[in-house]
Each structure stands twice: as C-alpha cells, then as structure tokens.
Design a protein around this ligand. Structure first.
Ligand SMILES: [Zn+2]
Length: 259
C-alpha cells in the first residue's frame, strides 16, 4: 500500500488545485477515516459483522419497545459482544494525522464544512469547528420528543436517564440506531451544506449507507466536483472527477501540505 500510495502524487496535486479554486468545499467522511484510529468497521473483511455475524437491523425498534429495559441492559453491558468491542474501541480511540489535516485545511480556509458518518467525536476532539455528525455522537444524549441534545463529556451514565426536563420525552444516546431516522434538523443542516458546495471530498466512505450517501449523488447532480479519497473502489468512484487511492491519514496529510 505504501508504494502504491506514492504513485498518487499527481492525483493529490490535482485535488489540491481543485480545492484551491473552489468556492465552498465540503468533506464527507466515513468508516475508512475511523478505522485508522483503531475503530473497527461493520462491513468488510475485518468488520464486526464479518467476525460476529450481522445482527438484526432493528436496534431502534427494540429501544422504542422498552427504553427502560434497553438502558438497564446497556448499563450492565448485557449486550452483543460486537457492540462491546466497538464501545471499548471508541473509548480508546484518538484522532490521527487525517483528522489533524482536516483541521489544518479548515484553518487555512480551504475546507468549509465536514459531514461525518462516524460517531466517534474524533473530528471535534482534533479541533474541527464546522462539523455535522450525521449519525450522532456517542458522548451526547438526545431527547426523542423535542430533539434536545445534552453533552456527556467524559461522564459515563450509570443509571437510565430521567425523562426530558423540557418535554418529558424519552432520552437515548444521540447515536443514530439501525432503523432510526436521522434527526430532521441534522439532515436539513447536512443538505444545506451540500447545496452550497461546489466541491466535495468523499473520504473513506463506501457510499453505501443511506441516506447519508445520497447526499453525494445530490451534490453531483447539482454540478459539484467530486474528489474521492479511498484505498478501495466504491460505488462512487465512477462519478468522481479525481480519485486518490490511498488511506485517509496519508492522503489528507499530503493534501494539507499544499497549504
Ligand atoms: Zn424533550
């Protein structure tokens, strides 16, 4: 991979040139970004589902059917082994060179906004300011009634949260569960960013998880230039203007060096 990535100089220079001449640049990041911080993916060769088997995709329904029971099981770690592995990896993860490179690009004025599909909070930990976490963030709680978020910081809940003080609604982790719609305000904010963008960086995303991936096709149909950074071919590759076949950390680090 190392030797191969060195062959991408031309593509990275081309990407830098497009970004520099664009008016509004948005990056969409996916699991390929987190994996370099030691967070396992669901899909793929070493993915959690490949190793543990794919669970039923009804997490949100199970939560809604019995929120108190869900919290009880969750706090007692009476949950699937693959979720425990994921949770422990999230706790241990730290931002890598790619996260810091995004911050560098933002501070240089070359990157306007990041939409991440990751729930690890590593972008904001690295210092990124303009960020939409489209699948939520594990270190926040969210009310299902009024949508209010509450940051947990490093606090780890040991008891099920009380109902929302504002509306009496049920509280869950902000992380979007399987079967749960993306909160309307989050989706609208992401769409507004996409609508402004004339250049999109698709980083480490297989572009297969809807509706987040649909935003990339919308951007394309609105005439945005698409740049893919991914070591693997994806369903997006064929509609991209520039394809950088490299790991996110390596490619972003080299890209940021142009500023
Ligand atoms: Zn509420």
């Amino acid at each position: 991979m190392q030797a191969e990535s060195h062959l991408q100089h031309r593509e990275i220079a081309e990407a830098a040139s497009i970004i520099a001449s664009s008016r509004y640049v948005v990056a969409m990041t996916g699991a390929g970004m987190s994996v370099e911080s030691g967070i396992p993916t669901f899909r793929g060769r070493d993915g959690l589902w490949t190793r543990y088997g794919q669970p039923k995709m009804d997490g949100f329904k199970r939560f809604n059917d019995d929120p108190a029971g869900w919290w009880e099981r969750n706090l007692n770690r009476d949950i699937d082994a693959h979720i425990i592995e994921l949770r422990d990896a999230l706790v241990a993860a730290k931002p890598h060179a790619g996260h810091h490179a995004l911050v560098q690009l933002e501070q240089a004025g070359a990157l306007n906004h990041v939409i991440t599909q990751n729930i690890d909070g590593l972008d904001s930990r690295a210092g990124l300011r303009n960020l939409i976490e489209i699948h939520g963030n594990r270190s926040r709680l969210r009310c299902l009634g009024c949508g209010e978020r509450q940051s947990l910081g490093d606090f780890v809940p040991t008891e099920p949260p009380d109902p929302c003080q504002r509306c009496g609604g049920v509280i869950k982790f902000d992380t979007v569960m399987f079967g749960e719609p993306i909160p309307k305000d989050t989706m609208a904010a992401a769409r507004a960013e996409i609508d402004q963008a004339d250049c999109i960086l698709a980083i480490g995303t297989s572009a297969s998880v809807r509706p987040a991936s649909g935003l990339l096709w919308i951007a394309r149909s609105q005439g945005a230039t698409l740049i893919e950074i991914n070591p693997h071919e994806t369903s997006l590759t064929s509609i991209c203007d520039v394809v950088v076949r490299a790991e996110a950390g390596d490619a972003l680090n080299r890209l940021a060096s142009f500023w």
